[in-house]
Ligand binder design. Structure first.
Ligand SMILES: Cc1ncc(COP(=O)(O)O)c(C=O)c1O
Length: 454
């Protein structure tokens, strides 16, 4: 055993205060002999391991340094940061930031239910009845009628056996994928999948293979050559892609999952309230049965004006998750006002299909006008999310800031969320936008382009 290893072993046996004292004095454990717990005797020079600052200081963390470099470049270019602006009140089709009224294209409050008096009253009344928190995991401490009410209605929406809700949409994907799959499995996901899907797959330890965006033919090829090497295989797609605003040809994926005997998961986060005549999501858009997909996932934070995530599927899947998925079992149940808001929004979506129709009409109008102006809307199909791709990150940030000055709140989406040179302004449409809002925003965008390029 060399001197350094001996030193480390002795250091490990010392009490924390003795260890700190040695470090403070710059001594190794061998320079002092311990007589009491904390007494040491000098006999040679210190041997402290050479540990780089980035291993014990957050201000030296490589990702943080990268972030600071990016912020420095933005500042150097004289561009104001568009992040963390403080809204004064409700953010739907309109908002107010620093007392300035803006037309808002930065919130996925698609059906305008966040801030709607019916939804807010439901949340307030749930607080009066149940308080603000359920203060424990539902499994061990019991649930509220609101939880099961919401889950039953979500299951009906997808025409499946049951549903389960989690306190975060992101954590739903992480926990469910992380729990259900393992190292002998393969998960094939669309190359543009949301971060929560990738994190969940990583946690699971399953083999992970992205397939090119929406390319079911390539997926078929991968499955043909690889399926037999794994136990369970899962295909993951989204109902409506949040950066690009396009949708998969879901019936093709259903056919593939049947033929290759895999599971199919659809993250319907942005499709609920948006696709289908009644806003039931991509299932309704394509007229599929609930059982065509094994795992329907969605979030309560978009059309449902709340916060949290859900899984809908057959009874065996949901019961399994209820007793064993860590993100459910070891986490608090949805807060009552949040469950009540989501349930009220779900019911109002069904009671007011005109909101869904208005959202679809406004989205199409925006999309068609943007195309008429020859803006690069990428692969968007004009369903509530329309990106305008502008090129580099600095340019996108400048455009966003000019729009802001002109009374329009639209966020830039920058590298690394999208590849550099495809930085964009992402427009979220809301059923409460008017055609005048859209005309005015696109006219301003034309002016902003002229200012940035001219
Ligand atoms: C496709 C997709 N899945 C999951 C999530 C996570 O949902 P939440 O923001 O509700 O946690 C998002 C967030 O926007 C998303 O776009």
């Amino acid at each position: 055993m060399n001197e350094e290893t001996k030193d480390r072993n002795v250091m490990r046996r010392l009490s924390e205060s003795a260890r700190q004292e040695l470090i403070r004095q710059g001594l190794s454990s061998r320079q002092r002999r311990t007589t009491g717990a904390d007494t040491v005797v000098l006999d040679r020079a210190p041997v402290l391991p050479d540990i780089p600052a980035s291993h014990y200081r957050f201000d030296q963390h490589p990702s943080y340094l990268q972030l600071r470099a990016l912020q420095g470049a933005v500042q150097y270019a004289g561009v104001e940061s568009p992040y963390f602006r403080v809204h004064d009140g409700i953010a739907a089709a309109r908002t107010s930031i620093a007392n300035r009224h803006l037309v808002n294209f930065s919130s996925y409050n698609y059906l305008g239910f966040s801030g709607d008096p019916i939804i807010s009253d439901a949340a307030k009344s749930a607080i009066d009845t149940y308080g603000t928190s359920v203060s424990a995991s539902r499994l061990v401490s019991g649930e509220r009628a609101l939880h099961r009410g919401l889950e039953r209605e979500l299951a009906c929406l997808y025409d499946v056996g049951d549903a389960i809700t989690f306190v975060s949409g992101h954590a739903t994907n992480v926990s469910v994928l992380g729990y259900l799959f393992g190292p002998r499995d393969l998960i094939l996901h669309d190359a543009l999948s949301h971060n929560s899907i990738i994190q969940g797959i990583r946690l699971s330890g399953a083999h992970r293979l992205p397939f090119p965006h929406n390319d079911w033919k390539e997926l078929d090829h991968i499955l043909t050559t690889q399926r037999h090497q794994f136990e369970r295989v899962l295909i993951v797609v989204e109902g409506l892609y949040s950066m690009d605003g396009d949708i998969p040809d879901l019936p093709r994926f259903v056919e593939l999952k049947r033929r290759h005997r895999t599971f199919l998961m659809v993250d319907d986060a942005h499709a609920l309230g948006v696709l289908g005549r009644r806003g039931y999501g991509i299932r309704e858009h394509f007229g599929l049965a609930g059982s065509d997909v094994d795992i329907w996932m969605g979030t309560l934070s978009k059309s449902l004006a709340a916060c949290g995530g859900y899984i809908a599927g057959d009874v065996a899947l949901i019961e399994h998750l209820k007793y064993l998925a860590p993100g459910f079992l070891y986490s608090v149940g949805l807060p009552p006002p949040i469950a009540a808001a989501a349930l009220a929004a779900l019911r109002q979506m069904q009671a007011q299909p005109e909101r869904v129709a208005a959202l679809q009409a406004r989205s199409r109008y925006f999309f068609e006008q943007a195309r008429r102006l020859r803006l690069n809307t990428g692969q968007s199909t004009g369903h509530s999310i329309v990106p305008v791709i502008v090129g580099g990150s600095i340019k996108a940030t400048r455009l966003s800031n000019i729009m802001y000055e002109q009374g329009f709140n639209v966020q830039p989406i920058l590298y690394p969320a999208v590849p550099e040179q495809t930085a964009r302004l992402r427009f979220f449409l809301c059923c409460l936008h008017t055609e005048d809002d859209i005309d005015a925003a696109l006219a301003s965008l034309g002016d902003a382009f002229a200012e940035v390029t001219g």
